[in-house]
Design a protein around this ligand. Structure first.
Ligand SMILES: [Zn+2]
Length: 259
């Protein structure tokens, strides 16, 4: 594709994506706290959870404000958890990495979208064992639109992958309601929409790593491990990240073996 946008160096666009990711990450820090508590993510403005003081604009600079305030509130001195700058940094790095890897293409934008969405999904699932529909479903719709627009000649691939992955996880939820959440099925819908065929290795990796952890937990805690609830979202996210980078080679290798 020789569009005007490709005359701008990719590293520069990756840097812009990284800054955009930092801003989205800053929004995620609000979402991961407020969404599980049923609070609005837009109002009121960000405030310290220690002293309730509304934060100034310069206290909202992603990562930077945490660093120069040495991880403390300027008003009451309450510690600000390192997870907040970590969420911002991870979102920024993932967005920049997606554009660096895929270039400034529709595929790159879809990859950046998915990678950025993984951050709050993992954090909220670890904290609350919930997967936020309000993030996952719009992202799935957007991912589907980007996937279809990227390869209009193969428009059906993201649709089939999304419905296949979502349907597979939905069937597991029906069969073992205690094991999976319905949220995992909606999350798989998003993975299929963006990853296409690579959703197969993504799910394979998620289940393999999940099973490995299950074995480790049974070895350490015995029968008690069966009662420990482990959120599956982080495994799906890890599988998705591996599949974003290596999924196509894994699919090619596999199809060359059976062909
Ligand atoms: Zn404070």
């Amino acid at each position: 594709m020789s569009t005007a946008v490709t005359s701008v160096p990719t590293w520069w666009l990756a840097l812009c994506a990284g800054l955009f990711g930092l801003a989205i990450g800053s929004f995620w820090t609000v979402v991961v706290w407020r969404w599980p508590r049923g609070e609005s993510v837009v109002a009121p403005r960000s405030h310290c959870t220690g002293c309730n003081r509304t934060l100034h604009t310069h206290e909202l600079v992603p990562v930077g404000s945490w660093l120069w305030q040495r991880g403390h509130c300027r008003g009451c001195g309450a510690r600000i958890h390192w997870r907040y700058p970590a969420i911002e940094a991870a979102t920024g790095l993932l967005a920049a990495g997606a554009i660096l890897h895929f270039g400034p293409t529709l595929t790159g934008v879809a990859a950046a979208l998915l990678a950025m969405v993984l951050v709050p999904v993992v954090v909220i699932d670890l904290d609350h064992q919930l997967i936020p529909d309000v993030i996952v479903l719009p992202a799935a719709a957007l991912g589907l639109a980007l996937g279809i627009a990227a390869h209009p000649d193969r428009w059906w691939v993201p649709i089939v992958a999304a419905l296949g992955a979502g349907g597979f996880m939905f069937a597991l939820w029906l069969a073992y309601p205690g094991g999976m959440g319905l949220g995992d099925a909606k999350f798989a819908l998003l993975l299929g929409a963006v990853l296409g065929l690579s959703v197969i290795p993504a799910l394979g990796i998620a289940f393999a790593v999940g099973a490995l952890l299950g074995i480790v937990m049974i070895a350490r805690h015995g029968a008690q491990a069966r009662k420990m609830a482990v959120p599956f979202g982080p495994f799906l996210a890890a599988g998705a990240l591996v599949a974003l980078v290596w999924g196509p080679s894994i699919v090619d290798w596999y199809t060359s073996k059976i062909a």
